[in-house]
Ligand binder design. Sequence first.
Ligand SMILES: *[C@@H]1O[C@H](CO)[C@@H](O)[C@H](O)[C@H]1NC(C)=O
Ligand SMILES: *[C@@H]1O[C@H](CO)[C@@H](O)[C@H](O)[C@H]1NC(C)=O
Ligand SMILES: *[C@@H]1O[C@H](CO)[C@@H](O)[C@H](O)[C@H]1NC(C)=O
Ligand SMILES: *[C@@H]1O[C@H](CO)[C@@H](O)[C@H](O)[C@H]1NC(C)=O
Length: 860
Amino acid sequence: MQLTLSVTAFVSALFVAGLSPAECKADLVSCRLWTDAQLPGLSMYGDFIIGGIFAIHYYTRSEQNTYTRQPLQPQCSGRSDSTLRFARAMEFTIQEINNRTDLLPGITLGYQIYDSCSAVSMSVKATFQFANGMDPFFNETDSCSKSAAAAVPALVGDSTSTTSISMARQLGLFGIPQVSHYATCACLSDKRQYPAFLRTIPSDHHQAAALARMVKHFGWTWIGAVRSDTDYGNYGMASFLKAAQEEGICVEYSESYYRTQPRSKLERVANVIRRSTARVIVAFVNSGDMRFLLEELARQPPPPMQWIGSETWITDPDFLRFNMCAGAIGFGVPRSVIPGLREFLLDLSPAQALKSPLLTEFWESSFSCSLKGSSEGARGCNGSEDIRALQNPYTDTSQLRITNLVYKATYAIAHAIHDEGCEMCSVSINVLLIYFLFNHIPLQILNQLKRVNITTKNGYQVLFDSSGDPVAVYELINWQVKKDGSLEFVTVGHYDSSRPRGQEFSMSRAISWMGQQREVPRSVCSESCPPGTRKAVQKGRPVCCYDCIPCAEGEINSLDCLRCPPEFWPNVQRDSCLPKPVEFLSWDDTLSVILTAFSITGAFIAVCVAAVFYKHKTSPIVRANNSELSFLLLFSLTLCFLCSLTFIGRPSEWSCMLRHTAFGITFVLCISCVLGKTIVVLMAFRATLPGSNAMKWFGPPQQRLSVLAFTFIQALICVIWLKISPPLPLKNLKHYKERIILECGLGSAIGFWAVLGYIGFLALLCFILAFLARKLPDNFNEAKFITFSMLIFCAVWITFIPAYVSSPGKFTVAVEIFAILASSFGLIICIFAPKCFIIVFRPEQNTKKHIMGKVPSKAL
Ligand SMILES: *[C@@H]1O[C@H](CO)[C@@H](O)[C@H](O)[C@H]1NC(C)=O
Ligand SMILES: *[C@@H]1O[C@H](CO)[C@@H](O)[C@H](O)[C@H]1NC(C)=O
Ligand SMILES: *[C@@H]1O[C@H](CO)[C@@H](O)[C@H](O)[C@H]1NC(C)=O
Ligand SMILES: *[C@@H]1O[C@H](CO)[C@@H](O)[C@H](O)[C@H]1NC(C)=O
């Protein structure tokens, strides 16, 4: 057992050192590779060979498979010089590590770098070669144990999600760690499917969420979406759309395209973009596909659009030539600096370039000459070509973004190897190699990689979470127009997923939008509805497209039309409810000031008349007119005038109860005095007739009693009213929609109408009696005046009723006060004015004779 193991270890050690096991051991079972092994584009031998796969070419032309013969090797075309830089950066990193004495001392790392041409078939083939070695023959009985000795302990790559996924599926089976610098698909975070996959670029999960939040932040609810028809585009767009939907963003169209699809598809997508109404377009597109799309759009430019890009193309300097993308924004991997890389990249001699087919192609196409001497019409390179004078993405090291992720990935692998075997590093290189082979190397290194927590030489931390993802750190990049009219990348903000939720995003500079405008472009399907209207979704269209329909009266709109609570009413903008104004006849109202003045004046007049009467109480005219009832009448009139004041002011429980009862009782007192006077006139006439003693039946005691009785009845009605259902303050919300009338409720309508009816009854009675007495031959017949005053009284109150019933509000109260004042003034003027006139201005008529009608009157 011990022997077998050490033999296997030895054999494998030789294998790792670059020798094929087939040369050492003859065996029975033999397998042969179907095709020739693909040669690495760049390689170097070392104690450990680290694999690298980069999509240096972005286009493969593969013929239709006939399945009758072996498929041909796909033809790669369309070289990306920036990806070539990534591959060279891996070379640089490995050389830098080899030069270090603290990391893997005494051990040399080598590399084998393949070009996947962004094609799954190419990357899968390279992966198999990494897992099995490049030997064309496979002579082994126990093949499973052999697979443990993979050609590489770990590899870096690939540049695209789709190829990385197919690689990760195979590498996961063997536990060979793969650290990708550019595969962003969120699907790769699933460690059950891709157990050996790690990456130094953040998952699109973060980017999609950050993009959706940004779109929401700038208020764009109507967007277009294009994506690569690859795992990168489809998964990335799906998570963006999911996040966008949660933010309430609507998508006008979502188109996909892949570079190998027919041209008609590309034209269709371009036409959808040209015709769209959304001004904002989110493009989750690979650089390779974006190039085709932008070239197609440039043939017939669409109206200015606000482009929002995914990190692949938004940071690709190659696209800065498309001026129609000015103002584009998107999240990119932060820019970084790698000291020494530029010198390494430029330190390329024609002789060195000749050693690698990739570099030969690069050199020849960059300088349009042939390194292998002039042939087939091509000019031979004559040595005057200067790579330092070359202006292309390979030599441009001003925007090192993904390059730094290659650097980090390579460093992480080197540290993992170091950590796994560092205690043996000092012992002997051979012991270390045997130790690794004794244990399953790739799996050991995978475990170490998961624990890596290092800082690279240029100061960046490398750390993987449990999904093999790094902390998501992005820069918000804006394509701004320089003075000379060309575009440049400007970092305007940052995103860091390690910061607390809600604070991941920070802006540091102003964004220059499409068309170089300073204000945020608008992209909405329907403008927001003006106040007082609500949204009505258009049938069959997204929720962001709607018509505005006016809200009903008394409704406001915040999201939908809402009815205000009963005591509230919308403001002018119709966006909030305000308490309705409360209306009542207040003391500071001009109307109430005027009415108060009249009421006080009336009361004053009544007092003055009483004073005049009192002064001349012995004069015939006063005595003839039943002075006791006159004084009582004046007193009650004073109260009538004053009781109108109880109607002014904010209705309260007390004032409501007081105003109607005071009014009712004082008026009854007043009218019963007048009634008493009328009866006295009637009786007095009777008394003048022979044989009558009518006066005896209606002397002063009876007069007092009747006034008291009439008033008592009214008081009784009022007490019953107050007891059963008193008038109380009431908020009348029904009559006017936009204001509240604070009024005195009637409590019981029967009570109110009983009080009024009783007054009316007495007034009518009084009127009839006075009417009967008006013709009686008395020179100073009061009945005439009483008839007249009662006529006024009834007229006033009959006109009052319709006014009262029709329009509640403060004017009704004013009308009521007016009726009280008018009828009181009517009474005082009709009954007392003529008498006062005689007393004050015609004292000669104030004689008994005159009053008895013996002298013909001129005055009346
Ligand atoms: C493996 O098998 C092939 C084909 O049978 C043979 O050509 C080759 O020599 C063998 N290799 C070794 C090391 O035996
Ligand atoms: C490594 O060291 C060699 C020899 O000193 C030097 O030529 C080379 O530039 C160094 N490479 C790096 C990447 O530092
Ligand atoms: C090399 O070729 C270029 C282009 O034809 C020419 O301009 C240059 O002078 C040549 N240099 C030498 C040293 O022949
Ligand atoms: C990584 O190392 C740094 C210091 O070197 C340490 O502060 C940090 O907590 C480490 N992170 C993890 C996840 O172990």
